[in-house]
Design a protein around this ligand. Structure first.
Ligand SMILES: *Cc1c(COP(=O)(O)O)cnc(C)c1O
Length: 430
């Protein structure tokens, strides 16, 4: 195991930073002095590239007005498709299979409205009990739209340990009553990475369409959505992909479904050459672009162009390699410096790198107050109830030295009982 190679101390952290072939990417980001930002899994940081792309879009608007849709070097009319194609490699898709559109929950709705076709006794949707709440609310409402009671028709695979979901149990729940499966790629709290290839194959053996919410893996973990034959997927662009707060999301539809009628149609899903013929009947684009509904929010989409440049330069495989090395190092430090009394932290993330996304879930009964103390001392994590502090070392901008320091600060918080000054009520946004 890689972790055997680590030793405690700031010297090794510095050495790992010096040897890091990706360390120069850090200079392209806006990092605050005296802050250790470990929340890139919730909101990725701004980069100079992103800023430049946003300003370029603003400039196009200033200079071109309405002509910006077609006349500038970066026509807005094809922006969603163009950035989708630029992103395809990150998720192992063909360029036409990805489009930048909507937001995560809205994309979930459009895709479920397309792929959930209850028939006969196949009426149920299979998901998991640890899923992100928005996804569950959306699935419940989709079932209600079809006149089904979510209590009966939404099957949630339970967790045995409160942290992870066993693939075997998901597969066992793929019965002939299931019409659709929707799962996260990485569980948002524990950071468990599900075996998407295996789950997709198992679903298809049973003729069940399957989709993944890749919000916590896109930009951190490589995918092979096309080769796995995943039916559909969607993800956030404001987390690891650093597209900016509330950035427009992305969706993937496998090529074999092109031509299928989107469940929720709108004019931006129209065949592009004839969209402005303004005909009364819908003719869908022969790509994933068909799943767009509305005019793209150009100013919330454009920053992604700059951000994707960084991903293209770095390459998702190298990003994954560094991310795993960093989470390995962090786990090593937690195991050796934070698990024994009086620290008593636990790791909620699978130790097997193949089952791990980009963050580490650090568990402690005082997690809320410790999280607040961390922020006061300049470390930005986030908190997820009931007891998880999430720490995400992001390959493009975090350093090993920051991880070493974070663990030392956590020790200080416990040693000096600094967390006791804070209330145990989580903030409105945590
Ligand atoms: C972040 C996240 C979302 C957020 O959804 P929005 O519609 O962008 O607010 C949804 N699902 C998962 C799994 C997430 O991680």
């Amino acid at each position: 195991m890689l972790r055997k190679a680590f030793v405690p101390g700031p010297e090794q952290a510095q050495l790992l930073d010096n040897q890091d072939p990706m360390r120069h990417f850090r200079d392209r980001f806006y990092l605050q002095p005296d802050r250790i930002y470990l929340d890139g899994n919730s909101l990725g940081l701004a980069s100079r590239d992103t800023e430049e792309a946003l300003l370029a879009a603003l400039d196009d608007w200033k200079r071109h007005g309405i002509e910006g849709w077609t006349a500038n070097e970066r026509p807005w009319f094809t922006l969603a498709e163009e950035l989708g194609a630029l992103q395809a490699e990150l998720v192992g898709a063909l360029p036409a299979e990805v489009v930048v559109t909507g937001t995560t929950t809205v994309n979930l709705h459009t895709l479920v409205a397309t792929f959930y076709r209850p028939e006969g006794k196949r009426t149920k949707i299979l998901a998991d009990a640890l899923n992100f709440p928005s996804d569950l609310y959306a699935l419940q409402s989709q079932l209600r739209l079809h006149g089904f009671d979510p209590d009966e028709h939404l099957i949630l695979v339970q967790s045995q340990d409160g942290r992870t979901i066993a693939e075997d149990e998901i597969i066992a729940a793929m019965t002939d009553e299931v019409a659709l499966i929707l799962l996260p790629s990485v569980l948002y709290r524990s950071g468990q990475l599900l075996d998407m290839a295996r789950l997709t194959a198992a679903a298809h053996e049973r003729q069940i369409p399957i989709g993944f919410d890749c919000s916590h893996s896109a930009g951190a973990v490589p995918h092979q959505l096309h080769d796995w034959k995943t039916d559909f997927a969607f993800w956030c662009n404001y987390k690891y992909l650093n597209g900016g707060p509330g950035a427009v999301g992305s969706l993937f539809v496998h090529q074999r479904h092109f031509g299928r009628l989107p469940g929720l149609a709108g004019w931006f899903g129209y065949r592009k050459e004839r969209q402005f013929a303004m005909l009364p009947t819908f003719e869908q684009a022969p790509t994933a672009g068909a799943w767009q509904i509305s005019t793209p929010p150009v100013l919330a989409t454009a920053p992604l162009r700059g951000s994707l440049r960084l991903f293209q330069e770095a390459g998702i495989d190298r990003i994954r390699e560094k991310s795993l090395r960093m989470t390995d190092y962090l786990i090593y430090l937690i195991e050796t410096r934070l698990t024994e009394a009086p620290y008593c932290f636990q790791i909620g993330t699978p130790l097997d790198p193949a089952r791990r996304g980009g963050h580490v879930a650090l568990e402690h009964p005082e997690a809320v107050r410790i999280g607040k103390a961390l922020k006061m001392l300049g470390v930005i994590p986030d908190f997820r109830p009931p007891n998880v502090i999430r720490l995400a070392p992001v390959a493009l901008y975090n350093s090993y030295t920051e991880l070493w320091r974070t663990v030392e600060i956590l020790r200080q918080i416990i040693d000096q009982r600094l967390f006791e000054q804070y209330s145990d009520q989580p903030g409105t946004v945590s």
